[in-house]
Design a protein around this ligand. Structure first.
Ligand code: FDP
Length: 329
């Protein structure tokens, strides 16, 4: 089995990008260790703080954020980082080539119950000609990502990575190395599995209600097959399942907060997961257009997300084209 860095070098990945990914993995290994200790390390529970999105911060959210920030900013290749847990970007070497955005611990409401969580990351290059440190450096559409991935901390820790040439998975071995365990991951085009938080049903758009209604009517309904539902409430785990065996995962717009386009964040959830899914042959959309083409206006911008098996995502988009929208554009 091949080591992560050997695999990337063998496939002629830019050497500075390989170095940056190795740095990211140093931080993720440390987070994996902290998670493994769990209650023994006294790291469960919440802090008295809320993040910029108004969500209560778990102790491990903060610990993971601090680990990633410190390790990344220590690498001179890094111009700056932006995190779910930081109000504003934090800058490092003024001559650094890369920008990194991350959700340090996605699905963190699952930490205390010992269910899978993960770190999601996106890597961009500093745009040419831009001199000053500013949030604008980061506001690039997802199509410009040079790499993206996540580390899922489950029964084993797994890195899913794309540098724009397919998706590969690496498992953390007891030696502390990430070893190649799945090469050139491909999402099956069709599926019988969906993931959505059904408790929000009454807040969805009519198109989403119709679509899910038709899935639930199974072989007797217009889709003419029986679907199964999975909901882990940890995006990173849902996307891992979709990459592994197909399916559709969606967190759509809902009317609880009609001004917000969705719950998930574009720059460190929607974009990196969309790059992975597209690179694995799947589709990723806001329900109306590709997430990777969304022009970001804010670092903590939210986005509606539907991703996974291409035929299923395209069917969902057709429901949205054919049903009048209630969203004020
Ligand atoms: P969490 O708030 O626990 O970090 O990123 C947000 C996220 O988890 C996703 O991982 C998950 O899919 C979703 O929120 C679950 O949210 P709800 O329980 O509010 O539906």
């Amino acid at each position: 089995m091949q080591l992560l860095s050997a695999y990337l070098k063998h496939h002629n990945t830019d050497t500075e990008l390989v170095e940056l990914i190795e740095t990211l993995m140093v931080a993720c290994k440390e987070i994996a260790l902290q998670l493994r200790e769990g209650a023994l390390a006294g790291i469960h529970g919440t802090t008295d703080n809320t993040n910029v999105q108004g969500e209560t911060q778990k102790k491990l959210d903060i610990i993971s954020n601090d680990i990633l920030k410190e390790v990344l900013l220590d690498n001179p290749l890094v111009r700056g980082v932006a995190s779910e847990e930081e109000d504003d970007p934090v800058f490092g070497n003024p001559n650094g080539r890369f920008l990194v955005t991350f959700d340090p611990l996605d699905g963190s409401s699952n930490i205390d119950i010992n269910v899978s969580v993960g770190t999601i990351f996106s890597i961009l290059e500093v745009p040419e000609g831009d001199a000053a440190d500013s949030v604008e450096l980061f506001l690039q559409p997802g199509r410009r990502q040079v790499a993206a991935g996540y580390v899922l901390y489950g029964p084993s820790a797994v890195l899913s990575l794309t540098t724009g040439e397919g998706v590969n998975m690496f498992t953390l071995a007891h030696t502390g190395d990430f070893l190649l365990t799945r090469e050139d991951v491909k999402i099956p085009n069709s599926t019988k599995e969906f993931a959505i938080n059904m408790s929000n049903h009454r807040f969805w758009e009519p198109a989403m209600r119709n679509y899910v209604g038709d899935l639930l009517s199974g072989s007797e309904g217009p889709r003419e097959k029986n679907y199964n539902m999975r909901w882990i409430a940890s995006m990173v785990a849902e996307v891992h399942r979709v990459l592994t065996r197909g399916g559709i995962f969606t967190y759509p717009w809902d009317s609880r907060d009609p001004q917000k386009p969705g719950k998930l964040r574009l720059m460190y959830e929607g974009n990196p997961m969309s790059m992975l899914v597209e690179q694995a042959g799947g589709r990723s959309t806001t329900c109306y257009s590709d997430i990777l083409d969304v022009d970001p206006q804010h670092i903590h911008q939210r986005v509606a997300v539907a991703l996974g098996s291409s035929e299923e995502v395209e069917t969902l988009m057709r429901y949205h084209r054919e049903t009048p929208s209630v969203i004020q554009q």
